[in-house]
Design a protein. Sequence first.
Length: 464
Amino acid sequence: MEKSNVKTVPSMKSMSMSRHLFSLLLSLSFLFLLCRLLLLSRSSHQLLSSSSSSSSSFSLPPAHAHADPCSGRYVYVYDLPDKFNSDILRDCRTILPWIDMCPFVANMGLGPHLTETGSVLTGTGWHITNQWVLEVIFHNRMRQYECLTANSSQADAFFVPYYVGLDTGRHLWTHDISLRDSLLLELFQLLKSRPEWSVKGGRDHFILSGRATWDLRRQADEDHLWGGKLLTLPEVKNMTVLLIEACPWDSEHEFAIPYPTNFHPSNESQIVAWQDKVRSTDRPWLFSFAGARRPGQAGSIRDQVFGQCLKSARCRLLDCATQDNDCDSPATTMSLFQSSSFCLQPPGDTPTRRSAFDSMLAGCIPVFFSPHSAYTQYKWYLPGNYSEYSVYIPEDEVREGRVSIEEVLLRYSEEEIGDMKEKVISMIPGLIYKDPSHQLESVRDAFDLAIDGVLQRVKSTIGT
């Protein structure tokens, strides 16, 4: 209700008040006002004098102190001798015995630029990225991390930039385990001599490998056995270890992070443009598969997957064992994935596949046959409800011929497929590694989510 603007009319009695009384009240009011002004003047003089003699006696209230945005997020990066990282890159031709890795470790680990992307890879930000170079990409991203600290006493976590996967890969096909383990053992002698390690016994330290857990958990020191021994060292049990594939049943300190794809955007608009592209792409194939058979691998369902795809008019197959199909070409594989609603991801040499991330980058719904291909692995990245973004078909049912992949996928309505595809597309920013030379402040990529996971794990481990 609005207030009334009508003034109260004074009574006749008050109007007949004597002029003497009115004059008296006026005089008293004047005297009161004069005294008040004198008191204020005196107080102001005292305050100014006090302020000039002592700044702590009178001051304006301090401005609101902003909270430290890096509180709880500081990371200290060890400055290791070059032999643990950059020397390995300089000796890049020895990293793998059958391929020259020098082009792939270039451009901060992103590999050669793709300048002619055509209609399949519209836009920029594309490279030919090798799946084993994640250590290089991650280290270069770490150099740009906004909460680095040179003060180890301030750090919440400690990163050890040893390229253990690349180092181990140089010697995996030799039978000299002393050579295979020498740099690794030297590293831990160095770490244990440092005060940063002794404070928490390594529980606030983390390390990363671009290889799967199975390449780094040799159980005995015998020359004929496969792999390095990083994950069997007692000291490592306290650390947080990031890998492209973790052991889902025998470790509490291993955490899987995405394989690197070929897309490394340098700005947010590149990501949005790519999402728009794969969202609007026509998908004439119900499902597809890119890969090779595993004839000598016991238990593999690759033959069954090949057979079912070849028999279906709704499936497109890319046999990567033939020379005609260049499966190492980003344009070749992305063309396949963009044209398909579902992409089959059976286990290969290990349960996980880089292809799973390539296909999701293309907006293709992954079809998994083992829970260890995704669900027990990438918990920092993939939704807990796997049916939101993927299809699961138990591999035993495929192996024994009790299920038709095509029939399972035909049960999904167009609306369900659209919802799942949109979920996959929304996940893209968190599944890629951006170009380390640029900042994407509004986009959190796979690196950012990994650091979040490490810091949370360290906090829960050390109880702070």
